[in-house]
Design a protein around this ligand. Sequence first.
Ligand SMILES: *[C@@H]1O[C@H](CO)[C@@H](O)[C@H](O)[C@H]1NC(C)=O
Ligand SMILES: *[C@@H]1O[C@H](CO)[C@@H](O)[C@H](O)[C@H]1NC(C)=O
Ligand SMILES: *[C@@H]1O[C@H](CO)[C@@H](O)[C@H](O)[C@H]1NC(C)=O
Length: 287
Amino acid sequence: MSMSIICSNPSPCEQRKHASSVLPFFNSILIISTGLAVLSVPISTVESTIQVWPKPRTFLWPQPQATLLSPTFTISTPNQIHIHLSSTIKRYLNLIQTEHHVPLVPPTLNFTTSTPPLQTLLVSVSDLTAPLHHNVNESYTLTIPTWGPANLTAETVWGAMRGLETFSQLVWGDPLRVAVGLYIWGAPLFAHRGVLLDTSRNYYPVEVILRTIGAISVNKMNVFHWHITDSHSFPLLVPSEPDLAAKGSYGPDMLYTPYDVNRIVQFGLEHGVGVVPEIDTPAHTGS
Ligand SMILES: *[C@@H]1O[C@H](CO)[C@@H](O)[C@H](O)[C@H]1NC(C)=O
Ligand SMILES: *[C@@H]1O[C@H](CO)[C@@H](O)[C@H](O)[C@H]1NC(C)=O
Ligand SMILES: *[C@@H]1O[C@H](CO)[C@@H](O)[C@H](O)[C@H]1NC(C)=O
């Protein structure tokens, strides 16, 4: 298997770039926190005990607290329906309600029953039309107050998808709990964050490719570089040139039909992962 992770940072693809870029947000969270008034304990900067991956640029949780996630919890969006965002919201709602994730190291925090269960996550997107292109704005802001709805705002649906992944990582246990009193701002450090898979040297079934795209997405990467063909095998069924796959594939059960390709591309869009196909021809192959 030829598989390489293209993300030049050694571990997190998303990291603080300059401490200074964080300061304006720090100021605003202090204002928000003061506004909550009910805090009887002095605000401290306790090291967060929930690890969001990749690490958001700003993660402010001055007083680690959690509350129950309501059994009727919903994710709602005031925006008109966006086909890919809708299916992402549906997927995350189902994941949140059914996964009952148990962290390796349970968060050490004050679990409070005095704050009501979280009922709603509001998702708002400013620009519903931005395509998943190189350099698209993937930033998002997520606030989960101790009272009232959580709020996820993003410039594009792709940023909202990153924010939904972050939110899902803040819910755990049975009954479900959610971290509250926090402010997160995320934005990628690198525009192109991807995984390359070579299906010419080794054929991988469509289900394996979909699973790989799912893994790319939960790591907030945005590109699946699909090295489809080469001299080793030509698994791509091109309707106008059927001999290429008939003679070039490893076998009739090791093909990607137009239906498969469409399924992979659509699945990618629902996960905020663009598919970059690489179709190698003579001059590249075997050279
Ligand atoms: C939990 O509450 C206690 C008592 O109010 C406080 O001393 C402690 O710092 C709190 N822990 C966290 C993680 O906030
Ligand atoms: C959520 O954020 C948006 C954009 O910042 C804001 O207009 C809206 O009032 C917020 N909603 C809540 C409930 O905080
Ligand atoms: C991305 O969108 C956010 C929210 O609208 C905006 O504040 C930020 O400047 C944008 N980033 C870029 C690089 O355009």
